[in-house]
Design a protein around this ligand. Structure first.
Ligand SMILES: [Zn+2]
Length: 259
């Protein structure tokens, strides 16, 4: 039996967007009027944040209702031009029910540097967030922006937007928002360990595969597998030592015969 998707009601969606907007603003994930949030309320309809308003000071009456083609269905304000990214995520991945866009400073610095966040340094990041690629730079407000993120919408949970910010999505608004929190936290740990402490012990392939198993059991099938390295085991070392010993003995034998 196919499970029917349960959508938020209009009332719940507008209230939740305001609540998450406050968190995004208070966590310093956006400055001034930056960022946008959207929530699906039907297979073809969403509520989203208006343009030109701080995400920390929104009220439910400011929200805009749209269909997935971009047609405005309700609301007195205009949606952000960046809503095109949200619409594209919903079109590419029907399992997504909420999208959050922000400019969290550390993750955005990685986006500015063009460095993807994918090193397996934290179990939580592997399980809840997965690999975070960098989508190529696109001029804000143009169709290039949704096109740049389209390849990542199905297999990932988050993407960095080159020289711009970050985009996360999820099966509900809390999951989408938590992924934004996890992303900034992961970026911060990555920066401290790589650039300040200058040492990061990465998880091995077997540790990573254990985490992927946990993630699958949690019903999460996206996020990709972080690149990992097999840790050399005892058997390989002793094999190498044995070969070295044989070569040494044979060389000594040959040299003795040559004398
Ligand atoms: Zn932005």
């Amino acid at each position: 039996m196919v499970e029917k998707t349960k959508y938020y009601s209009d009332f719940e969606a507008k209230k939740l967007i305001c609540e998450i907007g406050k968190r995004v603003y208070n966590k310093n994930f956006v400055a001034a009027n930056d960022g946008n949030i959207s929530v699906k309320v039907g297979p073809n309809t969403i509520w989203t944040t208006p343009t030109g308003v701080s995400k920390g000071f929104m009220t439910p009456d400011m929200m805009v209702k749209m269909d997935l083609s971009g047609k405005i269905l309700a609301g007195k304000l205009k949606p952000s031009s960046e809503v095109k990214m949200h619409l594209r995520v919903y079109k590419e991945n029907p399992e997504v029910n909420a999208v959050v866009h922000a400019h969290p400073p550390v993750a955005t610095s990685y986006a500015i540097a063009g460095i993807s966040l994918e090193k397996p340094i934290s179990p939580e990041a592997v399980v809840l967030l997965g690999r975070v690629p960098v989508a190529k730079y696109a001029t804000p407000g143009t169709e290039e922006v949704p096109d740049s993120i389209a390849p990542y919408c199905k297999d990932h949970n988050a993407v960095l937007l080159a020289n711009h910010g970050a985009l996360t999505w999820g099966r509900d608004i809390i999951e989408a928002y938590y992924r934004m929190e996890s992303l900034e936290h992961y970026a911060l740990m990555s920066m401290y360990s790589t650039n300040i402490i200058n040492k990061a012990n990465e998880l091995s392939c077997s540790q990573v595969s254990d985490l992927i198993e946990i993630r699958t059991k949690m019903g999460i099938h996206s996020g990709g597998v972080p690149p990992c390295e097999e840790q050399p085991n005892q058997t390989d070392t002793s094999k190498e030592q044995l070969i070295e010993e044989v070569v040494r003995k044979v060389t000594a034998e040959i040299l003795k015969k040559l004398k």
